[in-house]
Ligand binder design. Structure first.
Ligand SMILES: *[C@@H]1O[C@H](CO)[C@@H](O)[C@H](O)[C@H]1NC(C)=O
Ligand SMILES: *[C@@H]1O[C@H](CO)[C@@H](O)[C@H](O)[C@H]1NC(C)=O
Ligand SMILES: *[C@@H]1O[C@H](CO)[C@@H](O)[C@H](O)[C@H]1NC(C)=O
Ligand SMILES: *[C@@H]1O[C@H](CO)[C@@H](O)[C@H](O)[C@H]1NC(C)=O
Ligand SMILES: *[C@@H]1O[C@H](CO)[C@@H](O)[C@H](O)[C@H]1NC(C)=O
Ligand SMILES: *[C@@H]1O[C@H](CO)[C@@H](O)[C@H](O)[C@H]1NC(C)=O
Ligand SMILES: *[C@@H]1O[C@H](CO)[C@@H](O)[C@H](O)[C@H]1NC(C)=O
Length: 547
C-alpha cells in the first residue's frame, strides 16, 4: 500500500516535472512567446537534422553550417521542448562542443569553430587570423547561451550532457582569460562592452560552479573595471548601437539574474541595465522607429530595414507591430542576428520587469521635443570621453559626437559601422537619413535644435565631408539638396560651397544600404579649420522650397 502510494507520487512528480518543462513557452507573455515561436519557426526551416547543425543562415554558403547560431538554436529547442526538440538540442550541443578548440597552448583555445567544414585553424590553408579564421567573441556568445540553457532547462538534459556543457563553458572561460587588449591583435578592453560584459559574468559564474576561486576573482575584478568605466556617466563605452546595445542588454540580464549573490554583478547588473534602458528611451524615436544618432556601431542607416538586436527586446516589451521590424523579419538586412531571439525571449520574464515604466512609455509614444547630452569613454582609443548630443522633435532626430581618437572609424576601426553625425527624418514615405562617413580621427559634431555643426579640429585643406544620403522612393534620381524629400537644408561653413554628388548604385552599398554621396571639400590652400553647418527643417514631402 505504502509502496503503491510512493509509486503514484513518484509518477505524479515526473508528470509535473514534464508538464512544467513542456510549458515554458506557454508561461511566456504574448509578445516574447510570439518572438520565440517566430524565430524558432524560421530556424526550424534552416535546420539540417541529419547533420545536427543549422545551415549558414545566409543561404549563400554552399550548404555549410554555422556553429554559433546552432548553439543559440539548441537553447531555443530546450525552451520550446516539443516532440524531439530535446533530442535535437542534445545532438547540436555535442556537435558544437566537438568543434570547440581543445589545445590550451593555442590563442584560440576554448572558442568554437565558425563552421564544422573549416580546416584546422593554424593549418597551412587556414592560418590563425583573429576575427577571420577564428572569432574570440564566440567563446562568450556560445558559453553565455549554454549558461542560460543550464540555468533554465538543465533538468531536461542528461547528467552526461550537463557535465559536457559545464566542461565546455570552463574551457571557454579559460580561453577567454588569454585575451588582453592590445596584445596579439586582440581588442578586448573593458570598453569593448558586449564581449567584456559576457567575459566578466562567465568567469564569475564558472568559477563558482567549479569552486575555482581564481576564476571567480578574475571575473569580479574584470567586472569592477567595466563598472568603473560605466559609473563615470552611466553609459556603456560601446554606446548606442542597435545591434550591440541589444547584446549588452542580454549580458547585463545574465549579470542580474544568474550571478552568485556574493557577486558585484548581481545588483550592479540591475542598475546598469536600467540606466542603459533609460538612455535608449531618450534616444529612441518611436515615430521613426530608430535610435537617434550618433551610432558607435550600426549595421545600416535605418533600423526598419535591418534587424537590430534591440528590436527583439523592444518586441518583447511593446509587441511586434510597434517594434522596429517588418512583418517578414527574415527579409530584413542583417537578419541572421534574428537567431539570438530565443535567448531574448527566454530572459524576457526577468528582464522586462526591470525596464522602467517611463522608458517603456517612451518606446511607444514620442515624449515630445527633447535633447540628450551625455558622454561615453572608450579607453584606450579616446583622448577624452566622447561628448554626445542629440535633439529629437516630431518626425526628426539629429545626433552627433565630439572626440579625438587614435583610430579612424571608432574603436571597431570601421567607418562602415561608425556614424558620428546623423540626421533622420520622416520624408512622408520613408525614414530619410544624412550620415557623415568617418574619415578623420577627431571630429566635433554637435547636435542642436534644427542643426548639426561638424568640425575637424585636426583637419586641413585635404579634408572632405562625405555626407551619405538616403534614396527616396518618390525621387529616384538625386542631384542637388533640392531633391531631398521632406527636408529643407541650408549648408554653410568653411567648406567650398560647391559639392560633388555620386552614389553607391553601381558600386558597393554599405551594409546593404544604397546612398547618395554629397561630398564637400575645402577651398584649395585653405588654412581654415574644416567646418560644415547643416541647418534643417521639415518641409512636408511635396515641398520644393529651397533655402
Ligand atoms: C577542455 O580542454 C581540455 C584541455 O585543457 C581538453 O582535454 C578537453 O577535451 C576539453 N573539453 C572539451 C569539452 O572540449
Ligand atoms: C588565475 O586567473 C588569471 C586570469 O584569468 C590567469 O591569467 C591565471 O593564469 C590564473 N592562475 C591560475 C593559477 O589558475
Ligand atoms: C588627439 O589625439 C592625439 C593622438 O591620437 C594626441 O596627440 C593629441 O594631443 C590629442 N589632442 C587632443 C586635443 O586631445
Ligand atoms: C509627422 O509625420 C506624420 C506621418 O507622415 C504626419 O502625419 C505628421 O503630421 C507629421 N508631424 C509633424 C509635426 O510634422
Ligand atoms: C559651428 O562650429 C564652428 C567651429 O567650432 C563655430 O565657429 C561656429 O560658431 C559654430 N556654429 C554654430 C551655429 O554653432
Ligand atoms: C592633411 O592631413 C593629412 C593627414 O594628416 C595629410 O596626409 C595631408 O598631406 C595633409 N594635407 C595638406 C594639404 O596638408
Ligand atoms: C564619396 O564621394 C567622394 C568623392 O567622389 C569619394 O572620394 C568617397 O570615397 C565617397 N565616399 C563613400 C563612402 O562612398
Amino acid at each position: 500500500m505504502l509502496f503503491t502510494l510512493a509509486v503514484v507520487l513518484y509518477v505524479f512528480a515526473i508528470l509535473c516535472e514534464v508538464s512544467a518543462a513542456a510549458s515554458f513557452l506557454s508561461t511566456l507573455a504574448e509578445h516574447p512567446r510570439q518572438l520565440l515561436e517566430e524565430s524558432m519557426d524560421w530556424l526550424d526551416a534552416k535546420y539540417d537534422p541529419e547533420a545536427g547543425y543549422l545551415y549558414d543562415l545566409s543561404a549563400a554558403a554552399a550548404l555549410r553550417h554555422d556553429i554559433r547560431n546552432s548553439a543559440w538554436y539548441a537553447v531555443g529547442l530546450l525552451a520550446r521542448n516539443r516532440d524531439g526538440d530535446v533530442q535535437q538540442a542534445t545532438k547540436i550541443i555535442k556537435n558544437v562542443i566537438r568543434g570547440q578548440f581543445k589545445d590550451p597552448a593555442k590563442q584560440w583555445y576554448g572558442t568554437y569553430q565558425k563552421y564544422p567544414e573549416e580546416p584546422p585553424v593554424g593549418s597551412v590553408s587556414y592560418p590563425p587570423k583573429i576575427y577571420d579564421t577564428w572569432d574570440p567573441n564566440w567563446r562568450g556568445f556560445v558559453s553565455t547561451a549554454f549558461i542560460i540553457g543550464l540555468e533554465e532547462f538543465g533538468h531536461l538534459i542528461t547528467p552526461d550532457i550537463t557535465r559536457l556543457v559545464q566542461e565546455s563553458i570552463y574551457n571557454a572561460t579559460v580561453g577567454d582569460s588569454y585575451r588582453v587588449g592590445g596584445v596579439d591583435d586582440d581588442n578586448l578592453y573593458p570598453s569593448y562592452s558586449n564581449p567584456a560584459l559576457m567575459r566578466a559574468f562567465a568567469s564569475s559564474w564558472t568559477g563558482k560552479m567549479f569552486n575555482d576561486e581564481n576564476m571567480t576573482r578574475a571575473g569580479e575584478t574584470y567586472a569592477k573595471e567595466i563598472i568603473d568605466l560605466f559609473d563615470r556617466a552611466n553609459t556603456l563605452s560601446e554606446f548606442n548601437s542597435g545591434t550591440y546595445t541589444g547584446v549588452s542588454i542580454v549580458a547585463l540580464t545574465t549579470w542580474a539574474k544568474y550571478s552568485p549573490d556574493t557577486s558585484i554583478m548581481k545588483t550592479k547588473g540591475v542598475q546598469m541595465l536600467q540606466e542603459t534602458w533609460k538612455m535608449v528611451g531618450d534616444l529612441y524615436h518611436p515615430q521613426l522607429k530608430n535610435l537617434a544618432g550618433p551610432w558607435d556601431r550600426g549595421y545600416g542607416f535605418d533600423m526598419n530595414k535591418y534587424f537590430s538586436i534591440i528590436a527583439a527586446h523592444i518586441w518583447c516589451l511593446i509587441g511586434k507591430s510597434a517594434a522596429p521590424v517588418i512583418d517578414k523579419v527574415p527579409m530584413m538586412s542583417h537578419s541572421a542576428d534574428f537567431a539570438i531571439s530565443p535567448l531574448v525571449a527566454i530572459l524576457s520574464p526577468f528582464h522586462d520587469k526591470l525596464v522602467p515604466g517611463t522608458t517603456v512609455g517612451s518606446l511607444q509614444n514620442f515624449q515630445g521635443e527633447h535633447t540628450v547630452d551625455t558622454s561615453a569613454y572608450s579607453i584606450p582609443y579616446d583622448s577624452y570621453p566622447r561628448q554626445i548630443t542629440a535633439w529629437l522633435d516630431d518626425n526628426i532626430s539629429i545626433g552627433g559626437e565630439s572626440f579625438n581618437e587614435s583610430v579612424i572609424g571608432g574603436p571597431a576601426i570601421n567607418p562602415s559601422q561608425f556614424n558620428p553625425a546623423v540626421i533622420q527624418w520622416n520624408t512622408g514615405n520613408e525614414v530619410g537619413f544624412i550620415t557623415l562617413y568617418a574619415t578623420e580621427p577627431s571630429i566635433n559634431a554637435i547636435a542642436r535644435p534644427g542643426s548639426l555643426n561638424i568640425t575637424y579640429p585636426l583637419g586641413n585643406s585635404s579634408s572632405t565631408f562625405q555626407l551619405l544620403i538616403s534614396p527616396f522612393r518618390k525621387k529616384p534620381e538625386v542631384s542637388t539638396w533640392k531633391d531631398l524629400q521632406g527636408l529643407n537644408i541650408k549648408v554653410s561653413g568653411t567648406i567650398d560651397p560647391k559639392y560633388s554628388v555620386s552614389s553607391s548604385f553601381t558600386d558597393d552599398a554599405i551594409n546593404d544600404f544604397m546612398f547618395w554621396n554629397f561630398t564637400y571639400s575645402m577651398p584649395p590652400q585653405s588654412r581654415l579649420v574644416p567646418n560644415i553647418l547643416l541647418e534643417v527643417e521639415l518641409s512636408g514631402a511635396d515641398s520644393t522650397r529651397v533655402s
